[in-house]
Design a binder for this molecule. Structure first.
Ligand SMILES: Cc1cc2nc3c(=O)[nH]c(=O)nc-3n(C[C@H](O)[C@H](O)[C@H](O)COP(=O)(O)OP(=O)(O)OC[C@H]3O[C@@H](n4cnc5c(N)ncnc54)[C@H](O)[C@@H]3O)c2cc1C
Length: 342
């Protein structure tokens, strides 16, 4: 078996989190990983270190401390202002080889995925991708990563006994960010950045920011499946009345009824709404993982034996094309009454 570039004997007793930021704003998943990292580091009595790259982003360190980091290693350089895989992989690799963390965590974002894959190859270590949970063996410091496989039929627990760092990626929404404590303080360690322009073969020509669908923040989620038969206008109306947003299972996305950014589930978004109204959805595992952290699930389905009812708090056996319009009418009457009363 190929050996990793450093061994268990050489590791530092630290957990590192890659702190991904864009224009001076952290990706939410980085803060979620700090929160989980803090919990794991406390169990082991280890240090939690955030690795922050960018240009003039040192001010973000306080937010990292507030979310649990003991220390921030900061690589600040004009060539790190925007993410380019060559520059970031080069600098993170050097930082890891200097600090030799036992555990290195990144978020599942386009950049986080790209970075983690390259680093794992360069470091000759393993990568547990898309983990659904993380824990540690307190006696050994071995990270146990939970990963689902074979379409969700199998939950695998993966450990790396000999390879370091123990790398894992986790999607947004799997862990909670925790309450920040701005009284917490930590240490900023500036890293020397040895970076030449010739190393970077990609150039940021223009930044085009999408229209920002972020279902992870929706307090109320109206999700539609194949049973909705493409009538998402009806679901949008209901979402508007409830102050929520609209998501979908994979079939309506594949059929072009709704944009891909709204797909919920294993290959979509993991959401934690207070209320999820799940319309015409059978309840396949791939979908359910995306809403299982919802506080309340209301399911509407014509089939009384639909698996989604096993996850729902309130089960409505009925046709979405009748139940949803009835809900909309009821809510409209209520909002009229409230307006008249006020
Ligand atoms: C590797 C992999 C990854 C996947 N990732 C995802 C993912 O991220 N997200 C995801 O959603 N899927 C994903 N899938 C697909 C997933 O397995 C299911 O096929 C999908 O979730 C089913 O969507 P559905 O419930 O809308 O459709 P169906 O399973 O066809 O269910 C439709 C439901 O609507 C009900 N219904 C029909 N008409 C009405 C009506 N008029 N009123 C009320 N109810 C009605 C039916 O009784 C049925 O229960 C993935 C699959 C694979 C293999």
């Amino acid at each position: 078996m190929v050996k990793s570039l450093y061994s268990v004997d050489e590791e530092s007793k630290t957990i590192w989190v890659f702190l991904e930021q864009e224009n001076g704003v952290f990706e939410g998943v980085s803060l979620e990983l700090l929160s989980k990292g803090r919990e794991l580091a406390d169990q082991l009595g280890w240090q939690l270190i955030g690795l922050l790259l960018g240009h003039e982003v040192g001010g973000l360190a306080d937010t990292a401390f507030a979310h649990g980091a003991d220390e921030v290693r900061l690589a600040d350089h004009p060539l790190l202002e925007h993410f380019t895989i060559e520059a970031y992989a080069h600098v993170v690799f050097q930082a890891i080889m200097q600090g030799k963390p036992s555990v290195f965590l990144t978020g599942v974002t386009p950049n986080g995925r790209d970075l983690a894959g390259r680093l794992a190859v360069r470091l000759r270590t393993g990568l547990n991708a898309d983990c659904t949970d993380l824990r540690v063996e307190p006696e050994t410091g071995v990270l146990v990563s939970e990963v689902s496989g074979f379409g969700g039929g199998v939950l695998a627990l993966i450990e790396m006994q000999t390879h370091r760092p123990q790398m894992a990626t986790v999607r947004a929404g799997v862990f909670l960010p925790g309450e920040p404590d701005f009284d917490r303080q930590g240490m900023v360690v500036r890293l020397p950045v040895d970076l030449a322009e010739e190393l970077i073969h990609t150039r940021v020509v223009e930044r085009v920011v999408g229209q920002g669908v972020d279902l992870t923040q929706a307090p109320v989620l109206i999700a539609g499946g194949r049973g909705v038969e493409g009538d998402f206008a009806m679901l949008r109306e209901l979402a508007e009345l409830l102050g929520g947003d609209v998501g979908a299972t994979r079939p309506p996305v594949d059929e072009g009824h709704i944009e891909r950014a709204r797909q919920i589930g294993q290959t979509g978004v993991i959401c934690r709404p207070k209320v999820a109204v799940v319309c015409g959805i059978s309840g396949a595992f791939h979908f359910v993982v995306g809403i299982q952290e919802a506080e309340t699930v209301i399911a509407i389905n014509t089939d009384p034996a639909a698996p989604i009812f096993d996850y729902a708090d309130y089960c409505i056996v009925g046709d979405v094309h009748e139940v949803v319009p009835a809900l909309i009418r009821e809510l409209q009457v209520k909002s009229c009454k409230l307006q008249v009363a006020s």
